[in-house]
Write a protein that binds this ligand. Sequence first.
Ligand SMILES: *[C@@H]1O[C@H](CO)[C@@H](O)[C@H](O)[C@H]1NC(C)=O
Ligand SMILES: *[C@@H]1O[C@H](CO)[C@@H](O)[C@H](O)[C@H]1NC(C)=O
Length: 204
Amino acid sequence: MLKLVLNFYLLSIAIGVNCQTEETIIPTLPPSTTRSPREVITVTNGGTEGEWGPLEHCPSGSRVVSYQTRNELATPRFDDTALNTIILFCNDEFVTNFTSSIGFSGDYYAVQTCPFGGYMKSFQLRVSPNGTEADNTAANDIRFRCSNGGEINGLGNTHGDWGQYSEECENGICGMETRVQPYDGGIGHYDNTALNDVRFTCCK
Ligand SMILES: *[C@@H]1O[C@H](CO)[C@@H](O)[C@H](O)[C@H]1NC(C)=O
Ligand SMILES: *[C@@H]1O[C@H](CO)[C@@H](O)[C@H](O)[C@H]1NC(C)=O
């Protein structure tokens, strides 16, 4: 996008210089023959508490191939929050990771990776809708489909229901924004839910 804007800017300068002596040439874009690639993939069953976190992404030229989750699973204690944090790993040489907004409780589970050569392209979220359980948890688990077949699954809370799969990112997932309800007091205060929703940006 930035490159497009820059090109247009340079083109405008070129036209600006020319039109001192010639008629203004109005650039016309060629008609679009293909549908523009999908830029963001979402699901419709996410929770609605908390603010959307920052968009973070892989270094250019790399894409997401693995993920890890932090979960506070069902315990006898009241106020579980289930899915808290999603860590994505890119296939650049430094195995860059990023999280957008993070939760505040639970344990880190094993890293899940697409079969060799594959990358993550779509996702599904397991959610307990607000008000369906005494202890709301919002998002419980997340899983992804890989470009070379197969599905990689988190090891999250088994409450709630899986929603529909998102659309696919043709060239894989490159960025993420999470919606996390911040910690707001312990038992007897607020029913914390931590991660509510997530959306991913597609690689170019
Ligand atoms: C994520 O990357 C940071 C460095 O930017 C590193 O310190 C951290 O250990 C990494 N996290 C995981 C889970 O690998
Ligand atoms: C979720 O439900 C609780 C109580 O059941 C309520 O206080 C809260 O406002 C609800 N949140 C949303 C986003 O609907």
